[in-house]
Design a protein around this ligand. Structure first.
Ligand code: PGA
Length: 260
């Protein structure tokens, strides 16, 4: 848990493979010689196969670079028009999958139950899960976290928790330029660890990676690591802007150098 995890969620961008390759190459270059970082690039699924061919994935993993998907279905194969299974993602080179992003909960009507099914199926396919949680502006954060975390982890044993990264992303902070205060994010980190302690035990709760997402940029990134006890960040818009990514990495590294 010593490495800082950065998830680059490209969402439905960019529109073509050429640009996707160029952003991918720049992100990979930004990671060079950064031993304390792990970068998971989550492009639209249509690009994953091509991007995975650009690099020797075995060497990339030891350099801290991974590919992830933004969604999956809860069955591994069958008559499910338009869906992509966790097993398929694993086969094309994915190591991670994002589950339960607020945009999917909102636009696609994903329920807590569906998210739980997707999470279980992803673990079965040996993918690591980036589980997104967070409240809307008019909701009580404590109640939402209790509901979402408990529902998503239903039936998941303590030994599987190491393959799950929990993301706290208040919906009102996603895509809005209205980031959550690091002090508020800290409260949610503690809340998630409390729920995990109740569900499993203290050691499991302490070891679980918890990251923050929602309007992260160069100027605020390090604060979430320093003041919120987060193990990493999920970047949306910033993940497509290489200068912003470089600023984020630089500020996190600066923080690390003070710790030494
Ligand atoms: P944003 O998106 O960084 O553009 O706010 C975050 C996210 O994908 O959750």
């Amino acid at each position: 848990m010593t490495k800082t995890l950065i998830i680059a969620n490209w969402k439905m961008n960019p529109s073509g493979l050429k640009e996707a390759k160029s952003i991918f190459e720049s992100l990979v270059a930004s990671l060079k010689n950064r031993k304390n970082l792990e970068l998971v690039i989550c492009p639209p699924s249509i690009f994953i196969s091509d991007l995975s061919k650009l690099y020797n994935l075995t060497t990339s993993k030891s350099a801290g670079l991974f590919l992830g998907a933004q969604n999956c279905f809860w069955e591994q194969e069958g008559a499910y028009t338009g869906e992509i299974s966790p097993a398929m993602l694993k086969k094309i080179g994915c190591s991670y999958v994002i589950i339960g992003h607020s945009e999917r909960r909102h636009w696609l009507g994903e329920t807590d139950e569906m998210i739980n099914q997707k999470l279980v199926a992803s673990l079965e396919a040996k993918l690591k899960v980036i589980l997104c949680t967070g409240e809307d502006r008019n909701e009580e954060v404590g109640l939402v976290m209790e509901r979402q975390v408990r529902a998503a982890l239903r039936g998941v044993s303590r030994t599987r928790i190491k393959d799950i990264v929990i993301t706290y992303e208040p919906i009102w902070a996603v895509g809005t330029d209205d980031p959550c205060l690091p002090e508020e994010a800290l409260k949610s980190t503690l809340l998630i660890r409390k729920i995990l302690t109740q569900l499993y035990d203290r050691a499991t709760a302490d070891q679980t990676e918890i990251i923050y997402g929602g309007s992260v940029e160069g100027s605020n990134a390090a604060d979430y690591i320093k003041k919120s006890g987060m193990n990493g960040l999920l970047l949306g818009r910033a993940s497509l802007k290489i200068n912003e990514v470089l600023k984020i990495i630089k500020n996190i590294e600066l923080l690390e150098s003070f710790k030494k």
